[in-house]
Ligand binder design. Sequence first.
Ligand code: SAM
Length: 224
Amino acid sequence: MIYLIPTPIGNLEDITLRAIRLLKEVDLILAEDTRTSQKLLKHYEIKTPMQSFHMHNEHKKVSQIIQEVSRGKTMALISDAGTPGISDPGYLLVHEALKQGIEVECLAGPTALIPALVQSGLPSDRFIFEGFLPPKKGRQSRLQLMAEESRTTVFYESPHKIVKTLGQMLPYFGPDRKLAIVRELSKKFESTFRGSLAEALHFYEAHPPKGEFVIVVEGTKNKA
Ligand code: SAM
């Protein structure tokens, strides 16, 4: 059995009792960054052995992991923060495990996109999640497609790109499109900016963004 276990995105208390129990019970924890996860394991007195599993070694390690699980080992995959497989390693392991008839289970738990969507104040009944935008190639066409979307769109952006991205959105979304920019969820300096695209650009040009951000954009009203 392979468990995918969501871990806190800031506040260490945001982890389920089941997640802690399973992290103690499995034979091995696969972690995106063992040093980062060590803090969490220490906090909850989890002594399970840990190995690294990240985007640079997942292709190399996946078959060995699957072999060990087939022989009866239980494993848990965790990422640096939030839910594995959501803009983090996880998909490859799930895909390969299922192909070999190994069961996978992802626990319910922390992820940045859901609290950002819900507290944005924008419609949360239907939404799409875009992960990170492509860095260069395909970025403009993705923005154009997103601007035509009638559902609320949620995406991740790194702090040093916030101003640039808002500027790039302007011609496609127009200055009046509503959005929310949710910063540092569950952490000390958590804040949510709610307003128009033009107001957001103005605000972040004056207040250079720091920390982790989720952008939530209202859907277009020009479509049914
Ligand atoms: N697996 C994670 C999840 O389930 O949300 C996402 C990992 S992705 C590498 C990291 C991005 O998630 C950050 O750049 C930011 O956009 C978003 N993020 C993670 N933690 C956050 C937080 N505490 N507040 C706001 N955004 C956060």
